[in-house]
Design a protein around this ligand. Structure first.
Ligand code: SF4
Length: 197
């Protein structure tokens, strides 16, 4: 463990591209981030693995510890028809696990790379982060990384990381205008005919 406990932070991380900018910012501010990949909403399992592998590539590049927990939970998400309810459940599931992991492993601060995305519900994530922090006696690092979103995507491109085109769950996949292409890629990956990024 590094020497300054106030600089040790657990970062719930949704994918490699979204981790680029926040981790650089944290490292510049002398934080020591540990990345946690817990995203049962990333579906199907082949996509979960694809994003996990892309994040691992970044973690190796930055020499950061990466903790991987769980797997895709497609059936659970499939049952949730209402979008608002589903996204609420999705944020809650992931951030609660991150807060619990932080508490159980000696972290005092946690955050999430969801705060870099202009496509996520920032207000909901902030409210939840603060609530969980209070519940688990932690600090929630409530950064606004959104101005660095595009820069982060460019960094991911420079690092040749896989950049996904849908949020994560099967519902968001079926709504994506790239659905057919994505499904073809999934099939190719399943059949092992293309290498993972
Ligand atoms: S749209 Fe995104 S945030 Fe909402 S449930 Fe699906 S994966 Fe989660």
């Amino acid at each position: 463990m590094p020497s300054d406990p106030d600089k040790i932070i657990l970062v719930h991380t949704c994918c490699g591209p979204c981790a680029e900018y926040p981790t650089r910012e944290l490292l510049t501010a002398q934080y020591q981030p540990t990345l946690l990949y817990y995203n049962p909403n990333i579906q199907p399992q082949i996509e979960w693995r694809r994003r996990c592998d892309s994040l691992r590539k970044l973690a190796d590049l930055l020499e950061l510890e990466l903790i991987v927990v769980g797997s895709a939970e497609t059936e659970k998400w499939e049952l949730m028809r209402d979008k608002a309810e589903r996204c609420r459940y999705c944020y809650n599931t992931r951030l609660r696990k991150a807060a619990r992991y932080a508490r159980d492993h000696g972290f005092t601060i946690f955050t999430t790379t969801l705060l870099v995305s202009p496509y996520q519900d920032r207000e909901q994530i902030l409210a939840l982060g603060h609530k969980l922090a209070s519940q688990y006696k932690l600090d929630f690092f409530a950064a606004d990384w959104r101005p660095g979103f595009r820069a982060g995507q460019q960094m991911a491109k420079d690092h040749a990381l896989y950049r996904q085109r849908y949020c994560g769950c099967v519902h968001s996949l079926s709504e994506s205008k790239f659905k057919d292409k994505i499904l073809t890629e999934h099939l190719a990956l399943e059949n092992d005919t293309v290498p993972f990024d």
